[in-house]
Write a protein of this length. Sequence first.
Length: 234
Amino acid sequence: MVIRAAGLSLALSLWAGAALGECRLALLLALDVSASVDSEDYVLQRDGLASALNLPEIRNAILNGAPGDVALAAFEWSGRYQQTVVVDWTLLTSDAAIDGVIARIAGAKRSYKEFPTALGYALGYAAGMLQRAPRCDAQVIDVSGDGTNNEGFQPLSAYMHFPFDEVTVNGLVVMGREPEVVEFYRTEVLRGPGAFLEIARGFEDFGDAMARKLFREVNGLVLGFDAGAEWSPG
């Protein structure tokens, strides 16, 4: 699978000027396991993420991209108090480290399945996880889901009351159940400089959408159009 931009103006952005630190990016993946995600969807989501991380293009971008390492963590979220770490903070400094993360994701057992969509709480939890992340030049939360917030406080409240200074929040929306979810993520979830939205046309498309998203995130690509616009491989 070759991931490339077509018909778009792309510019490679240095994370923190000419001299970068040892870690260029702390990337936190937040995966929706609320009640709207059925068992088949969950497997497509889990395996799609594992497959995306295993692509040669993604491995190369992580290991041989901009100077500095990538630190990655992942957690599942659903209701107010239903968040479970799948992969704790790991520096992806080698193929073996990436293999270990992929194995943990591929072998994960679903943590919850009968709770609502408390996205504000998920973002609050993510902010806490970033507080104990390795010190990196950029902090990005990659939150995916197929529905709007239907329990607890909204994302705006999370951004007001949790530490999100210099944090970028990107979104991956899975279409199919709630047509309004795209607009919700664009107006309520995306946050920070260069924030963007990727769209999966159902859970069958989750792996490809995640690959496109990871490629942009680990390369630090800045797109020449408004945040929230779609980007597709040519």
